[in-house]
Design a protein. Structure first.
Length: 401
């Protein structure tokens, strides 16, 4: 009898140990995310830039008539037009970057030409025209667009401020970022990239050149304290940090005084790396190419550029980043192989997917559409949801969360 009781205790002890070592959930397969359909929201013919505010989707295109002008349209989240505006000073202007501030104003950045001065000399005689031939007005030759220009457009569609600074060399503004203390823009020239900022009074800083043409800046994040984070790639030494791979991704911190305070390189032996997109919360996406392998690098960083989580997905084309609801993040990319955590699907070459990750890097959502190809820009609104600008249209993922 005693032996019988002891055997019961023995088997009970084994069961308890097994339960501790092998919990019931250990054998349960993780729940796979099911791909959901993204809806085509609008056509994107000639749209070059777009962003979203709390109330609307803003699209921008540059048009050519007698001069180069900028056309802007605001639509509500149902797609109805709210207002449209053409920026036409009489001289050339082109917008190449866009951002919205916390008040819902739209800021455009690009280049413009100085106004053509009127001829003040008085003619002393008339030209001979014995045949009375009608003489056409001749459009003056366009001046070089040497003014780096910022346009502020209100929620009502009115240009309320125009800020400009003269450049010795023509540049292309790649991106802008806005904070309560000012605006920062990154640009590129044949000689290399640069950073320039303006304070709330509209006073431009001195340009900060970042390396040479061997460095490329793709994204800028201006913080509330006036410090600035830059992201891109480089094949040269920056602030004493040498090249490790064939091309390294770079994360650069610029102080309030306008000097480089730190450089962090993302490297892999014999690999090409680049950070191409970043959000205000330092969620970054980029590319890693090694041999015949091409991947998207997806990483959440701390303010000191330390990664908190990271993942890679086999892909090609652009990889874009956006903040999402509840501290989540969105990524737009073109996968070329099965995605971990996503239900098996048939991949179509060139098709863009939007993936949603939670704050810890777990895949929680996936969206796509058959005609969603070649992503150009991504933006999120807490009211309207996520919008993706592609070569084939503007797509919407979800609504208020």
């Amino acid at each position: 009898m005693i032996a019988h009781k002891n055997s019961h205790k023995y088997f009970l002890a084994l069961a308890l140990i097994a339960a501790l070592i092998f919990p019931a959930t250990a054998n349960a397969a993780p729940k796979l995310v099911t791909l959901k359909a993204a809806a085509k929201w609008a056509e994107s013919t000639d749209v070059e830039l777009f962003t979203v505010t709390a109330e609307s989707v803003i699209t921008v295109k540059n048009v050519l008539s007698n001069t180069s002008n900028i056309e802007i349209q605001a639509r509500d989240f149902a797609g109805a037009s709210i207002w449209s505006k053409t920026i036409d000073s009489g001289s050339d202007e082109v917008a190449t970057a866009i951002a919205a501030d916390s008040q819902g104003n739209i800021w455009l950045a690009g280049n413009s030409a100085a106004a053509i001065s009127a001829e003040t000399a008085t003619a002393t005689g008339s030209a001979l025209n014995p045949d009375n031939v009608a003489i056409e007005n001749v459009t003056p030759l366009r001046q070089d667009m040497r003014l780096l220009t910022l346009w502020k457009v209100s929620k009502a569609g009115e240009v309320t401020e125009t800020l400009a600074t003269l450049q010795n060399e023509i540049s292309i503004v790649e991106a802008i970022s806005i904070s309560p203390t000012g605006i920062s823009a990154i640009g590129s020239r044949e000689s290399g990239p640069f950073l320039i900022s303006t304070n709330i009074k509209g006073e431009f800083s001195k340009e900060l050149k970042i390396g040479t043409a061997k460095t490329k800046l793709n994204s800028v994040v201006r913080l509330g304290d006036g410090t600035i984070n830059l992201f891109g790639s480089s094949t040269e030494t920056l602030s004493g940090k040498r090249l490790v791979g064939r091309e390294d991704g770079v994360l650069i911190k610029v102080s309030k005084a306008g000097t480089i305070s730190s450089v962090v390189r993302s490297s892999a032996p014999r690999a090409l790396r680049s950070w191409t997109s970043a959000t205000s919360t330092l969620f970054l996406t980029g590319s890693v190419k090694s041999g015949t392998t091409s991947e998207s690098a997806i990483t959440k960083f701390t303010s000191s550029f330390a990664p908190t989580w990271t993942t890679r997905i086999a892909s090609t084309g652009a990889t874009l980043a956006a903040n999402g609801p509840n501290k989540s993040f969105y990524v737009a990319l073109e996968p070329t192989a099965a995605i971990k955590g996503l239900s098996p699907i048939k991949l179509i070459k060139g098709q863009t997917f939007v993936l949603q990750f939670d704050s810890k890097g777990l895949l929680v959502g996936a969206f796509s559409a058959a005609e969603m190809n070649a992503a150009k820009a991504i933006a999120y609104s807490a009211v309207g949801g996520l919008f993706l600008l592609t070569e084939t249209g503007i797509f919407r993922v979800g609504g208020a969360r």
